[in-house]
Design a protein around this ligand. Sequence first.
Ligand SMILES: [Zn+2]
Length: 448
Amino acid sequence: VQVRRWCAELAWLGGETVAERVLLTADGDRLVNVTPGCDPPADAVRLPGLTIPGLVNAHSHAFHRALRGRTQAGAGDFWAWRERMYAVAERLHPDSYFALARATYAEMALAGITTVGEFHYLHHGPGGTPYDDANAMGAALAAAATEAGVRLTLLDACYLQADVDGRPLAGAQLRFGDGDADRWAERAAALPAPSPTFRVGAAVHSVRAVPAAQLGTVADWARQRGAPLHLHLSEQPAENAACLAATGRTPAALCAESGVLGRSTTAAHATHLTAGDVGLLGSSRTAACFCPTTERDLADGVGPAAALLAAGSPLCLGSDSHAVIDLLEEARAVELDQRLVSLRRGTHTAGGLLAAATAGGADALGWPGAGRLAAGAYADFAVVGLDSVRTAGCDVTDALATVVFAASAADITTVVMGGETTVSGGRHVRLDVGAVLAAALAPLRHDR
Ligand SMILES: [Zn+2]
C-alpha cells in the first residue's frame, strides 16, 4: 500500500467555490486526507489548474463511437439513426467489441472520466446464437475498461422484444435477446465477479424491449443484489404513444407499477414526461440521466431537468452515443438547453452541474465512494488546465464557472483513478488513444 500526495493549485470540493492549495493524500486507492490551504510537502506532486473529482459518464454505449461523423450530417430521425447503429452492431464480435470499447474508454479517460456506466445489450453472436461463454461480450467490456484505466459498472440490459406491443426481435436485435427475463437473470448472474474497479448492474433496455409482466423480474434481480438498475425512459414521443396504446399507461407509470422506480434506479433521457411522470420519478427518488449531446444529435428534445430535480430526482450525465465525449459539454448543456426552452438563465448553478457530472453519476452507478474529493472517497480526480486558450485568464473567483461553461475535454491535463495516474500531460500513460481508435474503427467502416 502506497501513500501518495498531490497539491492542487485549486480544487473544487463541492458547492459554488473552489479552494486553494489543496493537499490530497491517498493511501492505496482511497483518499485519506483532503486539506485546503496547505504548504505543499516536498514529496507532493504539484497540480496546476483546477482539480475536480473524476468525471462520471453514467450512460455509455461504447460501440456507438463507431457512428461518430457518419450519422450526424443530413436528415433522418432517431429511428433512421437506429438502423445505422444496428448495422454496426451486426459486425461486432468479442475481439472487435473489446478493441472499440478499449479505445472509447481511453478517449473517456483523456476527457477526465474515471467511472463509466456501460449500458450493454449486444450480448450474443449473429442471429442470437450465444457464444461459448454467454458473457463473452460483457467480459470484453470489463477487460477494455481495465486496460483504459476507468472504473466500470456493466449495466447488463434485458432486451426481449422489438416493441411494446410484443413484436418479436428481428435482424440485429436478435443478438440482444435472452428469450425471457429469467434467462436474462441467469446469464447476468454469471457475469465477471466484482473488483475494486468493476461491478455489475442491471438494465431494462426500455418499456419497448421488456414485456410489462417481466419488468419486475429485472427489478427484483437488481434489488436482491443491491445493484443499480438503469433504463431508457421516454426518449422519443413515439415510445410514449406506443406504450399508452398497448398498456394505457405512460412508460413512467408502467415502471412505477412494476416496481422499477426507486433510489437505485436511473432513467436515461427522461425527455418527454407528463407532470405525473415527473412526480413518480421524483417521489421515488429515481435519478435522471441527461445525455444532452446525444439528445440534440438525435432530435430527441429537451427534458425537464429542473422540474425533476425539484421533485426529488438526482441528476447525472452521460455521453450515450458518443457524438462527442466531453462531460463538461454535457454539464453546461443541461443549463444552456433550459435557457433556450424556458427563456430564463441561471436554473442550474456551475456547482450543481459539476455535481451531476461527478457525485450524481457515481451514486447512480453504485460507487457512492467516487465522484467526490473527500477523505474516504476513491482517489479519482482530473485536472483542468487553466492556461489553455479556452481557460486562460481566470482566477480563484471564476475558475469554476470558466471550467463548467467554457473548458473542454481537451483541457484535461492529468487524470488519476484509484490513486494511479492514467493521464499525464494530456496523454494516456498506456495507450496512444488516436491510434487505437483508428485501428478499432477502420474495420467497421464498410457497413453497407
Ligand atoms: Zn442510451
